[in-house]
Design a protein around this ligand. Structure first.
Ligand code: ZN
Length: 148
């Protein structure tokens, strides 16, 4: 692994953590999905609220875990808030491809700040940390889809 890649990855994550605690919390009245990543000990409880049209009007998470899992959760919230459920699922698929190193530079720009985590593809043991919140998103949208 290249040290410069590791350094820039962590710099991106640390600056994100410092600048964006905005998505910490719980949305009352929304669906809540709790997931954990046993290989690392990360836990996340994601709550979100959709409007009639399937737009994610509010989203937040509670949890504890490594820096990558928590930063990824915050970036995920930022990426999908205000987006339609279907578009959010597309982003989840894109993130999953990115984290496995299957995307090009232009595609990942759609992920916004979450694209900063593309370097995690160099560290296979951390992929589950980065995808935990996105998996919670997919589950939550599934539950919401069944409710409507
Ligand atoms: Zn982790």
């Amino acid at each position: 692994m290249a040290l410069s890649k590791l350094t820039s990855l962590y710099q991106a994550i640390i600056s994100e953590q410092a600048s964006n605690p905005a998505y910490r919390g719980h949305i009352s009245g929304g669906s809540v999905i709790e997931l954990h990543n046993p290989t690392c000990g990360d836990v996340i409880a994601l709550s979100l609220l959709l409007d009639e049209a399937g737009t994610i009007v509010d989203i937040a998470f509670e949890g504890e875990g490594c820096t990558i899992s928590m930063a990824s959760a915050s970036m995920m919230c930022a990426a999908v808030k205000g987006k339609k459920d279907k578009d959010s699922l597309s982003l989840a698929g894109l993130f999953s491809d990115m984290i496995q190193g299957k995307t090009d530079h232009q595609e990942v720009e759609m992920l916004g700040e979450a694209a900063a985590l593309s370097g995690v593809s160099q560290f296979p043991q951390r992929i589950k940390c980065a995808t935990l919140s996105w998996n919670a998103l997919k589950k939550a949208l599934e539950v919401e889809g069944k409710r409507r």
